[in-house]
Design a protein around this ligand. Structure first.
Ligand SMILES: [Zn+2]
Length: 116
């Protein structure tokens, strides 16, 4: 039986969707889908559809997976603050910056000026 080399395994894992997939840097990442449990029965929910309201906000319709409950509800997903600055900032996008990101950016600018 032929033994698969690690490169083949890595490529297969990279293309696999879900937990344990490899990033393009070859590091194993656990992908999590963040959602709320059903507010009524606390069962897992499934995203049924989404609607983009703006580049900063999306509405998502969730369905409770508990057939005895059957609750369907809409939640909003909104960009609330920056925790790490973009290397490709869009001047039209205004997002509040967390104090931690602000300090990191300020320190980076000080380091950049010190090396010039
Ligand atoms: Zn429910």
């Amino acid at each position: 039986m032929a033994r698969k080399n690690s490169g083949t395994k890595r490529r297969e894992a990279y293309h696999r969707q879900g937990p344990g997939a490899l990033s393009r840097w070859g590091k194993i990442q656990t992908m999590r889908v963040i959602s709320l449990p059903c507010p009524h029965c606390q069962s897992p929910v499934r995203a049924a559809k989404s609607r983009t309201m703006s580049s900063m906000m999306k509405e998502i319709t969730y369905q409770c997976q508990n057939v005895e409950c059957g609750h369907t509800f809409v939640a909003t997903l909104e960009v609330s603050r920056t925790v790490s600055m973009s290397a490709m900032p869009n001047p039209e996008v205004r997002i509040p910056i967390s104090s931690r990101a602000f300090l990191a950016a300020k320190n980076q600018m000080t380091l950049d000026l010190a090396t010039v």
